[in-house]
Design a binder for this molecule. Structure first.
Ligand code: ATP
Ligand code: MG
Length: 420
């Protein structure tokens, strides 16, 4: 993409009412736009990073047998009344609205109910199970606290996967697989080392659930980390002696940390299948309730977490796996030969399959470099009269500041090597 065609502008200052670091940086760098408290738009750069996060999650969900679908955001109250989750006293996050002709609708805050009901038309025999539908779908939540930028918004896309199994044992096998897939997701996104599988309350469904908590000062949660097992315990179950019996963790060894819940996995059991009549015929021909689980990740919250943790005083620093572009190609100077060389390199990189943002704007070097540092693309490649004379491009790593001079073939080789 040519930067001259990218309509977003970088800004020196974030909006005065924006308190969170992730939103300040993402707004200043032109990734997102604030509509109102807790509601943001994804601008072109933001959408590219968001889509990269989504694609990593999609690959890992497909890898464990996930099947993608897309459910509606508008929800029929009748289904939610059947599970007693329509009442505002039971669920305080609802956005509800009225139909012109009378009657109410809800804007979905999760999708257990409609998917369970939908599955009644699809699942009837033990042969149909297990199955793992998932989606990337917009949730609406009337969050009272919406001060953490993209981390807690009132409208957000969630990856929600639901498992439908024949019994608890089959469910437990998949639950393990899902936990492994989540670990791979967070490793690929660059959060692996700071993310702990965390014992948390199971809510009304089961004794425990598991959260994936990334250690970060900006986090809203408090967890207790056991380095030996690489597990953690959420504050909400810290005083429950059973959690130590279950995990074998020694309470005395735990270290307290603030963390962000980037994902979670839940055993639902037969709560929804019982309430909505989702049964299957087992091999003996008798009716059994389907055993369920749910598995969520918020891609925008993940993106905000990376922004919080990896930024420096100059701006954002993206890991290669989710950067909006791999290379920020910067043309310095308007001389004909510089323009020609930069244009050629732009085309060669694209031919080689490298995502490039090409800064072809007629601006001072200082401005271009400051923008580049704020935007945070992993590798900056400069074309100028100086680099033309040297016969090599100047390449600067955003994360370390390391500078190398590379010929075209060296650069292409570097970009195709696995560590790049
Ligand atoms: P939290 O405890 O942070 O309120 P939750 O337990 O309600 O989240 P789920 O409903 O299970 O979370 O959602 C699954 C995932 O969706 C979370 O792990 C998080 O990554 C993301 N998520 C939840 N709420 C929001 C929100 N308001 N804005 C952005 N992402 C969210
Ligand atoms: Mg939670």
């Amino acid at each position: 993409m040519r930067q001259s065609q990218l309509f977003t502008k970088t800004r020196r200052e974030a909006p005065a009412d924006e308190v969170s670091k992730n939103a300040q940086l993402l707004i200043r760098a032109g990734y997102i736009h604030k509509e109102m408290a807790g509601v943001y738009d994804l601008l072109p750069l933001g959408l590219r990073t968001f889509e990269k996060v989504v694609q990593i999650i999609r690959e890992e969900m497909n890898n464990i047998g996930g099947v993608e679908l897309h459910l509606s955001a508008l929800q029929d109250p009748r289904i939610w009344k059947a599970t007693d989750r329509w009442n505002d006293e039971r669920v305080d996050a609802w956005f509800k609205t009225e139909l012109k002709g009378g009657g109410e609708l809800g804007l979905g805050f999760t999708h257990e109910e409609p998917l369970t009901l939908l599955m009644r038309e699809q699942l009837s025999s033990w042969r149909d199970l297990p199955t793992y539908p998932y989606q990337f779908q917009t949730k609406f939540r009337n969050e009272t606290r919406a001060k953490s930028g993209l981390m807690r918004t009132r409208e957000f896309v969630m990856k929600d996967l639901y498992s439908f199994s024949k019994d608890e044992a089959e469910h437990a096998q998949f639950y393990e697989k899902a936990a492994e897939a989540y670990k791979r997701v967070f490793e690929r996104i660059g959060l692996g080392e700071k993310t702990y599988m965390t014992f948390a309350s199971g809510g009304s469904f089961s004794k425990y659930s598991h959260e994936f908590q990334t250690v970060c000062e900006a986090g809203e949660d408090v967890i207790y980390i056991d380095e030996a097992s690489q597990l953690a315990i959420n504050k909400e179950v810290y005083d429950d002696p059973e959690v130590y019996r279950t995990t074998g963790i020694n309470k005395a060894m735990l270290k307290e940390a603030k963390a962000i819940e980037v994902g979670n996995i839940f055993t639902l059991g037969t709560r929804f299948s019982d309430a909505l009549g989702l049964v299957y015929k087992d091999q003996e021909g008798s009716n059994k309730p389907v055993f369920m689980g749910s598995y969520g990740i918020g891609p925008a919250r993940v993106m905000a977490t990376v922004a919080e943790l990896m930024a420096d005083d100059k701006g954002l620093v993206w890991p290669t796996s989710i950067a909006p572009f791999r290379v920020h190609l910067i043309q310095l100077g308007e001389e004909g030969e510089v323009k020609k060389e930069a244009q050629e390199l732009y085309e060669q990189l694209q031919t080689a399959g490298v995502d490039v943002l090409f800064d072809d704007r007629d601006l001072r070097a200082g401005e271009k470099f400051a923008d580049s540092e704020l935007i945070g693309i992993p590798l900056r490649v400069v074309v100028s009269q100086k680099t033309l004379a040297a016969g090599e491009f100047e390449c600067v790593e955003r994360s370390t500041g390391a500078t190398h001079h590379r010929s075209l073939s060296d650069l292409l080789q570097y970009l195709s090597s696995s560590h790049a």
